[in-house]
Design a protein around this ligand. Structure first.
Ligand SMILES: CC(C)(COP(=O)(O)OP(=O)(O)OC[C@H]1O[C@@H](n2cnc3c(N)ncnc32)[C@H](O)[C@@H]1OP(=O)(O)O)[C@@H](O)C(=O)NCCC(=O)NCCS
Length: 146
């Protein structure tokens, strides 16, 4: 398995994964995203020095995307697996590789994940990755890791 930075060519895959019904249910914004808006967003994201997008590949397949947003001293992390690769235990590897990589690139204090309370797969994943629940704000669980 290999981690790399996302490129413009990943746009269609990231778009399809983002509009997956479970991803939408587990996102803060549950609206379906339109392709043109997505392309514009990706272009800005790839040029944003405070944002990183990583893609995990397994042989010729793309397993998923991990996003980091720098906010002051902290990072906000989110992960979205290709629906075809969920439930195979690949999420922990993906998240771990992405965090290892971002540690090489950026100095930061805390990594923060915001998770809906009914997102059991994500809660299990982040806890296995060493995140600890700190609080619940606006019905989102806040998990952190140093
Ligand atoms: C969250 C996500 C990355 C997890 O990846 P995944 O491949 O589905 O997760 P896994 O199959 O590795 O499961 C992770 C753990 O959760 C457990 N789990 C999965 N579904 C569960 C459920 N409904 N109830 C309880 N535990 C569950 C699994 O058993 C596994 O635990 P284990 O390692 O002890 O077996 C993936 O489901 C996803 O992309 N979801 C949509 C986007 C999303 O929710 N992102 C996170 C936003 S914070």
């Amino acid at each position: 398995m290999k981690l790399r930075k996302a490129t413009r060519e990943d746009g269609r895959d990231i778009f399809i994964w983002r509009n997956d019904i479970i991803t939408r249910q587990m996102s803060i914004d549950t609206q379906e995203i339109n392709f043109e808006n997505h392309v514009n967003w990706l272009e800005k994201a790839l040029n944003n020095k405070e944002l990183r997008l990583f893609i995990l590949e397994k042989e010729i397949n793309k397993v998923g995307v991990v996003r980091f947003d720098r906010e002051n001293q902290d990072l906000i992390v989110s992960i979205n697996l290709n629906p075809a690769f969920r439930g195979q235990g690949l999420a922990l590897k993906t998240l771990t590789l992405a965090i290892d990589e971002i540690r090489k690139e950026w100095k930061f204090d805390t990594i923060i994940a915001k998770i809906k309370p009914d997102n059991k797969a994500s809660i299990t994943l982040f806890e296995k990755c060493g995140f600890v629940q700190k609080e619940c704000i606006n019905n989102m669980l806040i998990y952190t890791k140093k």
